[in-house]
Write a protein that binds this ligand. Structure first.
Ligand code: FES
Ligand SMILES: [Fe+2]
Length: 461
């Protein structure tokens, strides 16, 4: 396929500098150069400057509950093995053998004390330490230094409410510091019961011919699309009134590209949809003692329903019927936006639920989530279909020749000055505040990543 990168003048860095400058200037004016959604140079830089540096979401501890459990995940373009080792520690390791580089582990999930490379048989412990090789004496004269040849390990791995994050750069702040005020929101969403949450089934995975940022940015603050893109849900009477949802939507912005959409569910549907509509018998079992008054008021009036934690983690929780006609119940879906190539992502979709809830509730919540946001879900297909168009125009010769920019200029009404919670609260979702913050974080990582690379080059010289 013809790609415009082959005719871009100047070096890749010059092109990216110019593009980032145009994005920055564009954001000041509410305009975004369309090529950010599909471009070889942008994609490569995102892999190096964002995914290979910052904290990235890789999974949940409930997926690997026992010592020796492992799962294959991705950080940008790299496949990684996430393990719970024999000492109960979680490790994130590059899934490539240090001998000749082939993939060490080929099974998505399992339990193992060791990983044996299928090529020549080098063997590693489940914490990544080098353990053994065949014919040690003959092949290496016993001179192979085990400490030198373990799998590459992410230097930073940490969890919050069971969500595992890893950062490949040494030079990152601790996870909670990095998340900042977003922790306040995560506590309110995921920290309501001491037993925590658990993943209900394997993440569903599907390829979407759209850029990873189309999904992440949409979840960060786009409630405006719901009344059009998801109108069929109202017409089919699956969710009556879905076309009115954006007028009852608000934005919670925690900076750093992390933001959430809230919906006034008790007002929009009925008072029982405070706390997303968890049935009273279960709500009574929530432990709210660690929440502040603003968190509790938020859950009672405008619970967060959708959100993004930059770059690759998004969240959904709102009431939906497991099958049409039934009472809506809340489901919780987490997704990973995995970049695959310019304008292509692999979307991973999970359903999670509070572990203490009965199995029947888990089953129904899973069905509700899949019915709406599984790969064949009524909403998911709407979203992915429209995002694919954005990737197409990102690489369009005509749009590039014209310097086409996308419109981020909705009327702004400002943050609520009375807001007592962390971050900012925007009573109206119109204004695209959250999307702007998403792009400013993207710019920040692109700039810092470039500086770090230059620093590393300087150091090497
Ligand atoms: S490539 Fe793994 S042992 Fe040779
Ligand atoms: Fe949507």
């Amino acid at each position: 396929m013809f790609n415009y990168d082959s005719v871009q003048p100047g070096s890749r860095d010059d092109y990216l500098d110019d593009l980032c400058q145009r994005v920055e200037q564009g954001m000041d004016e509410g305009l975004l150069p369309v090529e950010v959604f599909r471009d070889d140079a942008v994609f490569r830089a995102e892999m190096e400057r964002i995914f290979a540096r910052t904290w990235v979401f890789v999974g949940h501890t409930s997926e690997i509950p026992n010592k020796g459990d492992y799962m294959l995940r991705r950080i940008g373009l790299d496949k990684v093995i996430v393990t719970r080792d024999d000492s109960d520690k979680i490790n994130v390791m590059l899934n490539h053998c240090r001998h000749r580089g082939t993939e060490v582990c080929h099974q998505d999930k399992g339990n193992a004390r060791q990983f044996k490379c299928p090529y020549h048989g080098w063997t590693y412990r489940n914490n990544g330490d080098w353990l053994a090789a065949p014919h040690m004496a003959d092949a290496y004269g016993g001179k192979l230094d085990a400490k030198e040849w373990g799998l590459l390990r992410a230097p930073n791995v940490d969890t919050i409410h069971g969500f595992i994050f890893a950062a490949l750069s040494e030079d990152v702040p601790p996870l909670r510091e990095h998340l900042g005020d977003t922790v306040w929101m995560m506590d309110a969403i995921f920290g309501l019961h001491p037993d925590g949450m658990k993943v209900l089934a394997e993440p569903e995975r599907f390829i979407v011919k759209a850029d990873w940022k189309s999904g992440a940015e949409n979840f960060s603050g786009d409630a405006y699309h719901v009344s059009t893109a998801h109108l069929s849900a109202a017409l089919a009477e699956f969710i009556p009134g879905v076309n009115q949802v954006s007028t009852h939507a608000s934005g919670y912005d925690f900076g750093n590209g992390n933001s959430f959409i809230g919906h006034a569910l008790p007002k929009l549907i009925a008072p029982m949809f405070a706390f997303w509509g968890y049935p009273e018998e279960y709500r009574k079992q929530f432990d709210l003692s660690k929440l502040d008054a603003a968190q509790i008021e938020m859950l009672e009036t405008v619970p967060p329903t959708i959100g993004t934690i930059f770059p690759n983690m998004s969240f959904l929780r709102f009431p939906q019927p497991a099958v049409p006609g039934e009472m809506p119940i809340p489901f919780t879906s987490i997704r990973m936006w995995h970049p695959v190539s310019p304008g292509v992502m692999e979307l991973w979709n999970y359903e999670l639920e509070y572990a203490f809830l009965p199995e029947e509730f888990h089953r129904k919540a899973y069905m509700a989530g899949q019915f709406g946001f599984g790969s064949g879900g009524i909403f998911e297909q709407d979203d992915t279909a429209v995002w694919e168009g954005i990737a197409k125009v990102g690489n369009s010769p005509w749009s590039r020749a014209k310097g086409m920019k996308l419109h981020y200029q909705q009327k702004r009404s400002g943050a609520d000055p009375e807001w007592k919670g962390k971050g900012e609260f925007h009573p109206s979702i119109y204004g695209e505040y959250c999307q702007e913050k998403f792009w400013r974080r993207w710019l920040k990582d692109m700039a810092e990543g470039k500086k770090a690379k230059q620093g590393a080059k300087g150091g090497a010289a």
